[in-house]
Design a protein. Structure first.
Ligand code: PPS
Length: 346
């Protein structure tokens, strides 16, 4: 064990905090020799949850994630019927996973009672490549998954394994306006960070975000990678926006179902199947489920932290005029001319 680990003789609270910090360091100690060697060669910056974030293939990432992503890139073999749900963190991933799962697995003309989404968190039903399937140096047996297989990832388009890019499997990307995404990330990371680390202030976090130093960021590269592909290959990548889904979910669900190859029939529309899926996956329904109040479905993060406020425009409660100015200019500089724009108010 590394001599970085801290010895302590303090109060219970301090002990718990140091244990959590030690856990993060110990996680990194277990990395493969190959991954440790690679980390030595990568640019690094101060991290939020972990001591450092590393620039791997032009995106910022935590060490344990890099190891899992390397394995995912090397071993994953896509099937033509696979569906990959992609996002940068805090863009509506959990919501999209729930909706896609409900659409793909709906019984003919009905949403059943005792639906799996009532007893399982969406991240258990639609596993992440990097946090679950290829995490902890394991190679998953995916042959028993029912088809179409649904997967989740935060990996940027440019770093997806060839078999996903080259096969006919489909990708759905969900994107959210950077103002609200930033506020959501800031809350989440301060909740899940080891208690021994000081809270990251809004100002410091904002600097990191605008410098692109955030998990899987810079956000603009992440968004543009999927955005460009969705324009060039609309049958391959469907690009959804959180704000559009909040605005007219029914319309977006029809688009999603059609893209996934299982459009709603007239009969299903008449029977209110779209509305039932929307209700089953709504923030209000999901937040109050026992499984979403207590379990841990992504790494060791508590599920309850995945459900905070789910509003468009919550950023107004946090941003100073200077911050508004800075992020607006950055978005204009990075996204201007791409055709990608966002609604930032409710
Ligand atoms: S993660 O960790 O990347 O999977 O997080 P992610 O799910 O992408 O983002 C979390 C934010 O999404 C909100 N959320 C929802 N919005 C609408 N409907 C549903 N069902 C839903 N579930 C989660 C969640 O509250 C986070 O946003 P904020 O603004 O922090 O509330």
């Amino acid at each position: 064990m590394s001599n970085v680990l801290i010895n302590f003789h303090s109060t219970n609270t301090t002990s718990m905090a140091i244990t959590q910090f030690n856990e993060v360091v110990a996680e990194e100690e277990k990395l493969s020799h190959e991954c440790k060697q690679l980390l030595l060669s990568l640019p690094k910056e101060k991290g939020w949850r972990t001591p450092h974030l590393y620039l791997y293939q032009n995106f910022w990432c935590q060490p344990t994630e890099i190891q899992a992503i390397m394995s995912f890139q090397k071993h994953f073999q896509a099937k033509e019927s696979d569906i990959v749900l992609a996002s940068i963190p805090k863009s509506g991933t959990t919501w999209l996973k729930a909706l896609a799962f409900a659409i793909v697995n709906r019984k003919p003309s009905a949403i059943s009672k005792n639906h799996p989404l009532e007893s399982s968190n969406p991240h258990d039903l639609v596993p992440f490549f990097e946090y679950k399937l290829y995490a902890n140096d394991q190679l998953p047996d995916l042959s028993t998954m029912t088809e179409p297989r649904l997967f989740g990832t935060h990996v940027p388009f440019a770093s997806l394994p060839n078999s996903i890019v080259k096969s006919n499997c489909r990708i759905v990307y969900i994107c959210r306006n950077p103002f609200d995404t930033f506020v959501s990330i800031w809350h989440f990371l301060n909740k899940i960070k080891p208690r021994s680390s000081p809270s990251v202030s809004l100002e410091e976090a904002f600097e990191m975000y605008c410098n692109g130093v955030i998990g899987f960021g810079p956000f603009w590269t992440h968004m543009l990678g999927y955005w460009k592909e969705s324009i060039e290959k609309p049958d391959k990548v469907l690009f959804l926006k959180y704000e559009d889904m909040k605005g007219d979910l029914s319309f977006q669900l029809k688009k999603l179902a059609k893209f996934l190859g299982s459009p709603f029939s007239v009969e299903e529309e008449r029977k209110g199947v779209i509305e039932k899926i929307a209700k089953l996956c709504s923030f209000e329904s999901m937040k109050q489920l026992e499984v979403n109040k207590s379990g841990k479905s992504i790494k060791n993060f508590e599920n309850k932290n995945l459900f905070r406020k789910a509003e468009v425009g919550d950023w107004v409660n946090y941003f100073s005029p200077l911050m508004v100015d800075k992020l607006s200019k950055l978005m204009e500089e990075k996204l201007g001319g791409s055709g990608l724009s966002f609604r930032v108010f409710h």
